[in-house]
Design a protein around this ligand. Structure first.
Ligand SMILES: *Cc1c(COP(=O)(O)O)cnc(C)c1O
Length: 393
């Protein structure tokens, strides 16, 4: 059996995989099992922040791997403490809880908000407002937080305690606050899985004002948008707000599983000993990878993300076959005249890997992708989008 057959026989059928087996990579280049080369604009869904097999990252990770691979949270360990310090110093937040994924990072944010509501507001103020078209993860609580019916329907009943406001409609947030006993409002500044849609600046500022007025927590889900992806270290920084909690994961470890729930001063003491935990959380190898990633996301790196973003927008906006371009930084959604799956597979045939978000082509290139490679890939994408649709399609 080849790898594809083996996978289809033994791996649970939850993924509609592209017909491609990847075997090795370097930077933004990756190779399949037939030795064919691709320019990768997907980074394993915004995870490989510095591409494949980055030398600096490998050194940081392997140094830690050959020293101490795991301790559990029964003991102190340096990488976990250093990473928490780094995240707090870069954001002005106070404390970090480490887990292993985006869903878990959000789970902790939700638990913290509920407990905070109970302590500070009482009387059952534990409801979290989220937005339509949001995505917050696949555990039951984070699914319930996800404002997309399609994700709920197979797994009813959903956990209670979530209500959905319409994205970019501040009146809808107001009525959610009025009609429910709320503790927090949680959102992605750029909705990723929902179609790479940045929230409007005024809407986000409006949420901040309503939260202040009504004594609610602001929670930013920075799982996909975080760690330099939007041209700032965290996407909320583009909106001049300061959340009480933000969660992050994907790009943080540069390819290793890690989640972080970062807590501001209003919530830093909400969780006490024994109230939450994770066996693998704060794993030294994952933390060493994350320290390497975060320490490289400096002003220069962020400026280059913005510059590459401008290049992509200016080269795609108004191009033949392209209906719209949305997003922020190196998180971009493209609405094409041609069927999105056809565009993705033709790009792949021509050596460019792009992914999908709803009805859009999604680009999430490595933060350090070389300009030449990016240009080459964008030209191919443009040609594919401009191709006249064949009769049979
Ligand atoms: C991917 C994603 C998640 C879930 O992360 P996992 O690591 O798959 O659990 C949560 N929120 C957002 C915004 C995401 O993009």
């Amino acid at each position: 059996m080849n790898i594809k057959e083996l996978d289809q026989k033994y791996v649970a059928n939850t993924y509609a995989r592209f017909p491609l087996t990847l075997v090795k990579g370097k930077g933004s280049i990756v190779y399949d099992d037939e030795g064919k080369e691709y320019i990768d604009l997907g980074t394993g869904i915004a995870v490989n922040s510095f591409g494949f097999a980055d030398d600096e990252w490998i050194e940081a990770v392997t140094d830690q791997l050959s020293t101490l691979q795991h301790t559990s949270n029964l003991y102190y360990c340096e990488p976990c403490a250093r990473l928490a310090e780094m995240l707090c110093e870069r954001t002005g937040m106070k404390k970090v809880f480490f887990s292993n994924s985006g869903a878990e990072a959000n789970e902790c944010a939700i638990k913290t908000a509920r407990k905070w509501g109970e302590i500070n507001k009482g009387d059952g103020h534990t409801t979290v407002i989220t937005l339509t078209d949001s995505f917050h993860g696949r555990t039951l609580a984070t699914l319930a937080a996800t404002g997309q019916e399609v994700f709920h329907k197979d797994f009813l009943p959903m956990p209670q305690g979530f209500v959905y406001a319409t994205a970019n409609d501040i009146e809808s947030v107001k009525s959610c606050i009025k009609e429910n006993k709320c503790c927090a409002i949680m959102f992605e500044c750029v909705q990723g899985e929902g179609g790479v849609k940045p929230l409007e600046y005024e809407f986000v500022k409006g949420i901040e004002a309503l939260a202040k007025e009504n004594d609610l927590l602001v929670i930013c889900d920075e799982v996909q948008t975080g760690n330099g992806r939007t041209g700032e270290l965290y996407a909320y920084m583009n909106y001049d707000i300061k959340p009480d909690i933000f969660s992050t994961a994907k790009g943080l470890g540069g390819g290793l599983p890690i989640g972080a729930t970062v807590l501001g001063e209003r919530v830093e003491s909400v969780l006490g000993a024994g109230m939450h935990g994770s066996t693998f959380g704060g794993n030294p190898v994952s933390c060493a990878g994350a320290i390497s990633v975060i320490s490289r996301i400096d002003e220069k790196m962020l400026a280059s993300v913005k510059e590459k973003s401008e290049y992509i927008f200016s080269s795609l906006c108004g191009a033949k076959g392209i209906k719209s371009v949305s997003g922020m930084g190196l998180m971009i959604g493209i609405e094409t005249e041609r069927d999105v799956s056809t565009v993705i597979s033709e790009c792949r045939e021509r050596g460019v890997l792009v992914i999908k978000a709803k009805n859009k082509v999604r680009l999430l290139p490595a933060l350090n992708i070389e300009k030449e490679l990016l240009k080459k890939a964008i030209e191919i994408l443009k040609e594919v989008c401009a191709t006249e649709q064949k009769e049979t399609e």
